[in-house]
Design a protein around this ligand. Structure first.
Ligand SMILES: *[C@@H]1O[C@H](CO)[C@@H](O)[C@H](O)[C@H]1NC(C)=O
Ligand SMILES: *[C@@H]1O[C@H](CO)[C@@H](O)[C@H](O)[C@H]1NC(C)=O
Ligand SMILES: *[C@@H]1O[C@H](CO)[C@@H](O)[C@H](O)[C@H]1NC(C)=O
Ligand SMILES: *[C@@H]1O[C@H](CO)[C@@H](O)[C@H](O)[C@H]1NC(C)=O
Length: 574
């Protein structure tokens, strides 16, 4: 290897041959050029989806890209039989709400401002619409809360004075409309609620684990921002009740009855109906710093690895016996490697991510359900609705390892999306991955998540010096010590000064001042200090370790990372 900026070598090569000159361009430069090219490509994809939505569908909920029209789909989400559809509902600009944080991440402050002001004046939840609590929470409440935070942080994205917390007021209003759903004998919320009239008569009491267990981030942060504790307590009570229903193996089922607190479906896995329950335990721990969440997560994660893991795959099992039930890969499971990266289980994340990607390569996209035992597609669930999970995991793995192979995975995902799903009027879902027949629907999560994670894979400038957790819908929430119940033990500076050099010790020890100067934002959320918690990087960029000293302090949890048996620094073993 020759030094990159050596002029003498440069002239020498120039005389020899252009191919060698190309070789003299370091790998690093080539990857940087690829990242630039790819982030531009993803930006174009996002705007193709966004502009077509704005032209043909806004202020309705989602775009139908083939017929260039709209759907008022907020009332259809999770509503497979399309029951109780209100005739008068005209949409809530769902895709615009879902695009807000992506606009900020792509640096489009003017469009962000325009959207914020439109929503501030025109959005209302006083509508006769029966909505799915889980979907409305992650997409609408999460989208509004995250955009409020982005609108009021120190970066002055909005023209001074025009924004008066309207999005937070809207979110609070929505939060109030959620509360009657929790009024059940168990505290577990109904899956459905009418935004205007509350729980409807004869409403179904059936819901899912993710429906009860993935509310704590949005509702908890809403309580922190408004000072009204009711949102957080309702979500927390439901989560604790759900956890109390686990089996002796620490497994949960997939569906349950909110009236009786009994399981309806005992088989479960890490995919549909359960996925974000696991995700929110660890993310709630990071955002709120409560050991309770970490303890739940740790037991739940161990049980998953013990009973669901099948080679590099994950199957489903009966919560009572741990016996395998379905040997199926579902496309939603592909978020799991990303979650494993968050806890530092990088080797496991890498191996299951590779399996998901091999299925992606085989079909060109990820089919909804694939029968592992028979090595074939599920007969009916052959669709790919532009889901983000594989891109999301690829983003986490790349930033954890900096292995450029993940950039190539991202490029392949981008190329597939452009060649199979891009149409003149936006991006269309795929109905059948064997024929690549399209479906007339551009889901809002394509803008909130798929484009966002692909963009962040190639351009993470939004995340530099800042510390965010992404909700399950891809909306960023900052890690702010003011929201922590108490500082984690690892904040005690003497804990690590012996293992790091002085400069790093200084960087870390300001934790006793509760602020990390290297990563603090200039000023904070409504004047508070926003911090990026303490962060000491691992000694090696690829997080490999031989001894404990090779590991640093985790940026999001402030826990000491430690060296696993597999030779990776992680939170897990701390
Ligand atoms: C929805 O649109 C229809 C047709 O434009 C209109 O008659 C109706 O009043 C609207 N509903 C609401 C709730 O605004
Ligand atoms: C922001 O988005 C709008 C709408 O798509 C577009 O017209 C404008 O060029 C974008 N600005 C930047 C800086 O990307
Ligand atoms: C609210 O909606 C109306 C009708 O679409 C529009 O004319 C008005 O400009 C919107 N308000 C803002 C602040 O964008
Ligand atoms: C991921 O797995 C591949 C194939 O087994 C291996 O070559 C690579 O080094 C692994 N990367 C990490 C970060 O573990």
């Amino acid at each position: 290897m020759f030094p990159r900026n050596s002029g003498t070598w440069f002239v020498f090569f120039l005389l020899i041959s252009p191919t060698i000159l190309y070789k003299a361009m370091s790998d690093e430069d080539r990857w940087a050029a690829k990242k630039k090219r790819m982030s531009d490509k993803v930006r174009k994809m996002f705007y193709h989806a966004y502009d077509n939505y704005m032209i043909y569908a806004f202020p309705h909920d989602e775009l139908k890209p083939l017929t260039k029209t709209y759907t008022n789909s907020l009332v259809e989400l999770g509503n497979l039989r399309l029951e109780h559809l209100p005739p008068e509902y005209n949409g809530s600009a769902l895709t615009l709400i879902e695009s807000l944080s992506s606009l900020v991440i792509m640096g489009n402050n003017t469009e962000f401002e325009r959207a914020v002001l439109w929503l501030s004046e025109n959005l209302t939840f006083d509508i006769d619409a029966r909505i799915n609590l889980f979907e409305c929470n992650i997409r609408v409440l999460g989208g509004l809360v995250s955009a409020h935070i982005l609108a009021t942080d120190s970066t002055n994205r909005l023209v001074q004075g025009k924004y008066k917390k309207q999005l937070l007021n809207l979110a609070e209003d929505l939060g109030h409309r959620f509360l009657p759903a929790f009024d059940t004998p168990t505290g577990l919320p109904y899956a459905w609620i009418n935004l205007k009239y509350g729980v409807m008569e004869h409403e179904t009491t059936e819901t899912s684990t993710s429906g009860c267990g993935s509310l704590i981030l949005e509702m908890g942060v809403l309580s922190q921002l408004t000072g009204d504790p009711r949102f957080e307590s309702a979500a927390l009570r439901a989560l604790r009740k759900l956890w109390s229903m686990r089996s002796s193996l620490n497994l949960l089922g997939t569906t349950l009855d909110v009236g009786t607190g009994e399981w309806l479906e005992y088989s479960s896995g890490i995919g549909a109906g359960v996925d974000s329950f696991y995700e929110y335990l660890v993310k709630a721990y990071i955002i709120f710093g409560r050991d309770e969440f970490w303890r739940m997560f740790q037991s739940a994660y161990l049980a998953v690895e013990k009973y669901f893991k099948h080679g590099s795959w994950y199957h489903e099992a009966d919560m009572r016996t741990g016996q395998p039930t379905y040997l199926q890969l579902t496309s939603l499971q592909a978020f799991w490697p990303g979650l494993q990266v968050l806890v530092g289980d990088i080797a496991a994340a890498n191996s299951s991510h590779r399996e998901f990607f091999s299925v992606w390569e085989r079909f060109g996209v990820l089919p909804e359900r694939y029968l592992l035992d028979r090595q074939m597609l599920h007969p009916t669930e052959k669709y790919y609705p532009l889901r983000p999970e594989l891109a999301e995991s690829t983003f986490y793995l790349y930033h954890a390892t900096k292995d450029p192979w993940y950039l190539e995975v991202g490029e392949s995902i981008v190329n597939s999306l452009n060649s199979y799903t891009k149409v003149e009027g936006g991006f269309a879902s795929i109905r059948d991955v064997t024929t690549m027949q399209l479906e007339d629907h551009q889901h809002s999560f394509f803008l909130a998540e798929t484009c966002k994670y692909l963009y962040l894979l190639f351009d993470d400038s939004f995340l530099v010096d800042r510390n965010y957790i992404f909700t399950t819908e891809g909306h960023p929430f900052p890690v702010v010590s003011a929201w922590h119940e108490r500082l984690p033990e690892a904040y005690i500076p003497t804990y690590w000064t012996d293992v790091r050099d002085e400069r790093q010790a200084k960087r870390a020890s300001p934790m006793s001042l509760q602020v990390c100067p290297a990563t603090a934002l200039k000023s904070g959320l409504g004047g508070e200090q926003v911090e990026s918690a303490c962060h000491i990087p691992d000694v090696r960029a690829d997080h490999r370790c031989l001894v404990e000293k090779d590991c640093g302090v985790d940026a999001t949890t402030c826990r000491r990372r430690s060296c696993s048996m597999a030779g990776y620094c992680g939170l897990w073993w701390a």
